[in-house]
Design a protein. Structure first.
Length: 74
């Protein structure tokens, strides 16, 4: 993975964290709402995990947003 891809993952992770915190969900609450393991959410928010589309769909549903809402806007 190149530096640009790492930057994109970090940006995605930050967006997920912002959305989670905006809804005042803990990592545990988001995990329960989505069926995604807490460790995966933490890794994603830290930019250390390249999520699958299925995982992103689960996160979007758990956050009650459209999938496109996970994409950071520059």
């Amino acid at each position: 993975m190149n530096e640009h891809e790492h930057a994109e993952l970090r940006s995605l992770g930050e967006r997920v964290r912002q959305l989670r915190e905006h809804e005042r969900f803990s990592v545990a609450e988001l995990a329960t709402r989505t069926g995604v393991k807490m460790q995966r959410i933490r890794e994603l928010e830290a930019g250390r995990f390249d999520p699958t589309l299925d995982l992103l769909i689960a996160l979007a549903r758990g956050l009650e947003i459209r999938l496109s809402g996970l994409v950071p806007q520059d």
